[in-house]
Design a protein around this ligand. Structure first.
Ligand SMILES: *Cc1c(COP(=O)(O)O)cnc(C)c1O
Length: 449
């Protein structure tokens, strides 16, 4: 056993939601869906998105802050997610005409849209104005192009995206550019009756640091107050996304991250960095931390400022999984110990983390459950690329996987499923299946997207 463990990564079991436990415990459902689809697929459970939205809304309520949630749509394309936003009082943050249309078609109203992204196309700007979306303007030339689509009767509602001090980001405007933008907006009409209405400021930081967000938010409040003195109706700040997700328990995560080494990975593979798969104060709890830092909540209230957040990944926590069928299985040896090298019927294009010089670490679940012996297992894709591996690390599966078994990668709705999907090798793009709780049982449909 000791020897086996030296060639096998420790277990990284994902936290699961009730719907996943029901799906895995059902003797037929997963196998029936796999039979009907005949290839890899993703499972979505939109009521969990509702729970996540509600968590953010309650964090705002508890802090006594006027807050609004916009789902960062790039994290998942499924129509059922946009529908869950429309049904639960969340807006959607879009950055292409396709995303804007997809959100509208699921019932999200134009004034519930936030339009972000750099150098937006003319079409996107025009539609955003028509639908009265809130537009996060990224540059002065974008502001000029936007002005051409506005009239006093069809005014644009804008936030100005701020480049945080000392940041090397390619997004946002410098202090000088912001001053210029504010004066351009002021000059575009009589203040108070202009065709571009400056409603506030925004930023989006990479990383997951609550304090950095609180401190940047504080600066944006000051910007709003300054803009108000010039007559602008600046009353909203957006602190973007980047709310962490807790995938695995603390003990499992420290066991992995403290001891990770090439011995645990197929072909001695190594990675420089991973997503922080254990995140102690995730999603809504992180929002609470932001709001409590230096009494940010109080400052927002005192100055009558609305706080927008744009979580992508955090609204998808435990809302979906990805299912592959085992198509081949080999035994290999390392240091005299055997391990299994599987091939599944899909590719790592359906597990996007693998394309960012990293690995998706929550352990896949082998289905159906059967007794057996702990078996170190790596997972390769149905492509002819040596590097196309769903799991380089040897995962301690509870038994030998056989051809026809299913492997369920948990909690993949946030970014893993579809951001890199392609019909590479002329393999079909895995469809999304939506689960519906009909009381006594779960039923399924295909996603409308
Ligand atoms: C990607 C993005 C988000 C969502 O980020 P998450 O890390 O998924 O929460 C929000 N806002 C902007 C502007 C983005 O680019």
């Amino acid at each position: 056993m000791q020897g086996l463990l030296s060639i096998c990564a420790p277990a990284l079991p994902a936290h699961t939601d009730d719907w996943e436990r029901r799906l895995l415990a059902d003797p037929n459902l997963l196998g029936d869906i796999a039979f009907a689809i005949g290839g890899p697929f993703h499972v979505m459970y939109p009521p969990r998105v509702a729970v996540n939205i509600n968590g953010f809304q309650r964090a705002f309520e508890r802090a006594g802050v006027d807050g609004v949630v916009y789902f960062g749509k790039k994290a998942n394309k499924a129509a059922c997610v946009a529908r869950a936003c429309a049904e639960n009082g969340a807006g959607v943050d879009v950055s292409s005409v396709g995303e804007l249309n997809a959100a509208l078609s699921q019932g999200v109203r134009g004034d519930e849209l936030m339009v972000t992204g750099p150098a937006k196309s003319d079409d996107l700007l025009w539609l955003a104005v028509r639908h009265r979306a809130l537009i996060a303007v990224d540059s002065l030339d974008e502001l000029d192009r936007l002005a051409a689509f506005t009239t006093p009767a069809a005014a644009a509602r804008v936030l100005l995206r701020v480049l945080p001090n000392g940041s090397a980001s390619r997004f946002g405007m410098t202090a000088g550019e912001l001053d210029r933008a504010i004066s351009v907006i002021g000059a575009s009409g009589t203040v108070g009756h202009e065709s571009i209405r400056l409603q506030g400021f925004s930023f989006h930081l990479s990383g997951y640091d609550a304090v950095a967000r609180a401190e940047q938010a504080d600066k944006l409040i000051t910007r709003c107050l300054d803009a108000r003195t010039l007559g602008h109706p600046a009353g909203t700040i957006s602190i973007g996304g980047g709310f962490g997700v807790d995938y695995v328990p603390a003990s499992a995560w420290s066991e992995f991250s403290d001891h990770a080494n090439g011995q645990w990975f197929h072909a001695g593979k190594s990675f420089d960095s991973y997503y922080p798969y254990h995140f102690p104060a995730p999603g809504p709890a992180m929002l609470t931390t932001v709001l409590e830092h230096n009494a940010l909540a109080e400052r927002l209230r005192d100055n009558d400022i609305r706080l927008a957040v744009e979580p992508g990944r955090a609204l998808l926590d435990r809302a979906g999984s990805s299912v592959f069928r085992v198509q081949g299985s080999k035994t290999r040896h390392i240091d005299g110990h055997p391990y299994r090298l599987l091939t599944v019927d899909g590719t790592s294009l359906s597990l996007s983390e693998q394309w960012f010089d990293s690995e998706y670490l929550p352990d896949p679940i082998l289905w159906p459950p059967r007794p057996g012996e702990l078996t170190p297992t790596c997972v390769g894709a149905a492509s002819c690329l040596e590097s196309d591996m769903l799991s380089w690390r040897r995962i301690p599966l509870p038994r030998r996987a056989e051809v026809g078994d299913l492997l369920i990668y948990p909690n993949t709705a946030g970014y893993q499923m579809d951001s890199n999907e392609s019909a590479f090798h002329e393999l079909p793009i895995p469809p999304k299946v939506v689960l519906h709780d009909t009381g006594d049982r779960l039923r399924w449909t295909l996603d409308a997207g």
